[in-house]
Design a protein around this ligand. Structure first.
Ligand code: ADP
Ligand code: ZN
Length: 731
């Protein structure tokens, strides 16, 4: 233990819970909290962030190493941001150095300076606008797509365009023909003025919600905006952001996945132009550094991003919005297992600004926070336009056989809707041709060597694939054991698409799943084709549920609802209800009524009935009651210890020892398990878990802290990979 006037505590990106203490030996004052320093570390040197000027240290005087090298003249992480990072490190029991590292763009984790260069952008010329409105020249598909992308926005950065698949070559060709022009974004002053579409009067529901939000414009307040799909939630965001912008303050808008919400980003760009930066995982390190720097400097008044954007710098924060707040992607599932939604609320509280969580299908946690008075509920129960809610219909698969996943009554509906010139969306949460390759002679399905999972047949690529670990083998229909011709059992997106193409050879039928979207630009092209009305039927996975607005879709089919009905995870019902309601929300918008057809073997299942007979709110009430009875979140708090090893026994020895130490330490905490993970063997490793459950958060965290302390002395920790997961999204 020693005191020193010149101590600094530094977060270094290593798996160590706390910061490391050094004594400042450079010229002048200690470097500011939040600034980067170079510190001696082991035999080398590391870049770290000063997180504290401590008065004392646990280290002996002789052990404290000197640091004399700073990188920044002042803090690059503001105190407020550092506070939330420390809170997150504590709450999720994750090493502070790694948490801080997560918040910084890669280039700043090293010693580089903050970049300040801007992007080149492209915009339409007058001739280009003319062409977009009334095409006269013939353009190739790709050039046409680029033109349309630009037509919807004032200008788009070159990087953004290239990410959407617009290769520079196409832009150059369009430029040669005089349709587009390039300009330096730096030349354009930050556009603070907003352009609002003329004549859009808020509905009375929207006006009421906006008024309630504006009444709390100063200080922290949390809102849950529960609005059905197409009820005008996004329009409320736009108005709010506009008002915040007028006050010279920044907005942080979190979205689940940028790639899947091009329409939202388009609308934001149209209104806020250059005041917007987008932060997400597909940016190159340099792009990320630039975007981060613009948020940091306050140049960017609107920061839109995925999960990790919750740590974006916001020197002039005025508002935080979490769109689709129920989306599981807000919870990181490995490493630093934080919930961006929950941290967004915590951060807004520290910033003293409003936070709006929005969804058509709010999480049960958020609904419970409304009941307990922590959040204020704002409702938009009606769709914009005359259409009204879609009509639901269940098809009992016990009574109707399916052909490649499609039952006769569903096929009849498809026929009817197409006949009226409308479009159809079909949702099936499996990509590939068939989820199993089955030998009727041996009575077995081919399994992955490394996981407890069946191999999925991918006919397009002539392969079989483990969707869990990605293992791939060539597809051979003949059984390797007995030579019998095997069959693909069940249907995935490929098979359904094939079947529909043979039924409707003259129509355009497209597929939307991660196999398709892994090709650059393919997502944008598929969405364009649907939006333009060229595609008659779109068959897709979970991706379909995200906020696309397809005005001519009137029929949505859910091909197999049953996968989510049974299982061990306490959230499965909630997830299924959200998926069904979200995908149903794509049916019928504006003036066209929609129809939703759900195929199931269990038409009497209470979950399906509550959704059908009433709505999501009715379902949520039922589900919350069940959670209360079973003492699951939000009526209790959970922490899960996850462990994995190549030998099953080691996993269970480790977790059992953990259980034995934890049991009885605090009677308020229930210790459950150990149990195998839902897929026990994955990537050749066995996985198990031990659950802590408690009505009081503090008691739970105290026990977790004690166990982490205990674990430090264990030799077993070297033989298993383990992690603690607070508020797990899945069990
Ligand atoms: P949500 O985000 O709830 O799905 P949106 O804000 O996208 O809903 O609104 C759905 C559609 O209705 C959009 O095309 C939007 O432009 C339009 N819209 C929103 N508010 C209004 C309004 N007050 N009057 C007319 N159209 C509106
Ligand atoms: Zn596998």
């Amino acid at each position: 233990m020693s005191d020193d006037e010149n101590l600094i505590r530094v977060a270094v990106a290593v798996p160590h819970a706390e910061g490391f203490d050094y004594v400042w030996a450079g010229a002048g004052e200690r470097p500011a909290v939040g600034s980067r320093v170079r510190v001696p570390f082991g035999r080398g040197e590391r870049v770290g962030i000063v997180i504290e000027h401590p008065a004392t240290t646990k280290l002996a005087r002789a052990k404290i190493r000197p640091c004399d090298s700073t990188i920044d003249a002042g803090p690059i992480i503001a105190t407020e941001l550092l506070d939330i990072l420390r809170f997150a490190a504590d709450y999720y029991h994750h090493p502070i150095g790694e948490v801080v590292k997560h918040a910084l763009p890669a280039s700043l984790r090293g010693g580089r300076a903050l970049a300040a260069t801007r992007d080149t952008a492209w915009r339409l010329t007058d001739l280009g606008r003319e062409q977009a409105r009334a095409p006269s020249a013939r353009l190739g598909i790709r050039q046409g797509a680029v033109l349309m992308a630009l037509a919807n926005e004032t200008s788009v950065g070159a990087r953004e365009l290239s990410r959407r698949g617009a290769a520079r070559a196409f832009l150059k060709r369009l430029a040669k023909r005089g349709f587009v022009e390039a300009f330096e974004l730096a030349d354009a002053p930050p556009r603070r003025s907003v352009s609002r579409p003329q004549g859009l009067e808020l509905t009375s529901d929207q006006a009421t919600a906006l008024e309630a939000l504006e009444a709390e414009a100063e200080g922290f307040a949390a809102f849950l905006l529960h609005g059905v799909t197409g009820s005008g939630k996004t329009e409320i965001f736009l108005r709010l952001i506009e008002k915040v912008l007028e006050r010279g303050r920044q907005t942080l808008l979190l979205v689940p996945e940028i790639g899947l919400t091009p329409q939202l980003v388009g609308r934001l760009r149209e209104r806020f132009g250059d005041a917007l930066v987008v932060l997400h995982s597909a940016l190159t390190p340099r792009e990320r550094a630039v975007a981060w720097g613009e948020a940091q400097s306050g140049e960017a008044m609107l920061v839109v991003g995925t999960r990790s954007a919750v740590f974006a710098p916001l020197p002039h924060a005025g508002l935080v919005i979490v769109d689709e707040e129920h989306d599981p992607s807000y919870k990181q599932q490995d490493g630093f297992r934080y919930s961006a939604r929950d941290l967004a609320v915590a951060r807004a509280r520290r910033l003293g600004v409003r936070v709006v969580l929005a969804s058509a299908t709010p999480s049960l946690e958020s609904l419970q926070n409304v009941s307990s008075g922590r959040y204020r509920l704002l409702r938009l129960p009606r769709r914009i336009g005359a259409a009204g809610p879609p009509a639901f219909r269940l098809i009992d698969l016990q009574k109707h056989a399916t052909r490649q996943g499609l039952s006769t009554p569903l096929l009849a509906s498809i026929d009817a809707h197409l006949g009226r010139g409308n479009q159809v969306l079909l949702f099936i949460n499996r990509r590939g041709f068939a989820p199993a390759l089955f030998c009727p002679q041996c009575n077995t399905a081919e399994e992955c060597d490394r996981c407890d999972a069946r191999m999925t047949v991918h006919a397009r690529t002539g392969s079989i694939l483990c969707h869990h670990c990605g293992s791939e083998r060539a597809l051979r229909w003949a059984c390797p054991r007995c030579g019998t011709e095997r069959i693909g059992v069940g249907a995935g997106t490929e098979r359904v698409t094939d079947e529909l193409r043979s039924l409707y050879p003259e129509r355009r039928i497209e597929r939307l799943d991660s196999d398709v979207t892994s090709r650059r630009g393919a997502l944008a092209a598929v969405l364009e084709n649907v939006a333009r009305g060229d595609t008659s039927i779109l068959v897709g996975t979970q991706m379909l549920t995200k906020g696309h607005d397809f005005p001519r879709v009137t029929l949505v089919g859910v091909l197999n609802a049953d996968q989510g009905l049974f299982g061990t995870d306490f959230r499965r019902n909630e997830r299924l209800a959200q998926t069904i309601v979200q995908v149903a929300g794509r049916a019928g918008r504006r003036d066209q009524p929609g129809e939703v057809v759900i195929q199931t073997h269990f038409p009497e299942h209470p979950l399906l009935r509550s959704l059908l007979d009433q709505d999501y709110t009715a379902f949520a009430e039922l589900a919350l009651e069940e959670r209360r009875r079973a003492s699951w979140p939000p009526f209790s708090h959970l922490a899960v210890w996850r462990a994995e090893a190549t030998q099953r026994q080691r996993v269970f020895e480790f977790l059992t020892k953990l259980r034995d130490h934890a049991t009885g330490q605090n009677v308020a905490v229930r210790v459950l398990g150990p149990a195998p993970a839902s897929m026990e063997r994955s990537r050749g490793r066995y996985r198990g878990q031990l659950l802590f459950e408690c009505g009081e958060r503090n008691a739970l965290h105290t026990l977790v802290t004690a166990m982490l302390e205990e674990l430090r002395q264990w030799r077993e920790t070297r033989r298993v990979r383990w992690a603690i997961d607070i508020d797990p999204a899945e069990l």
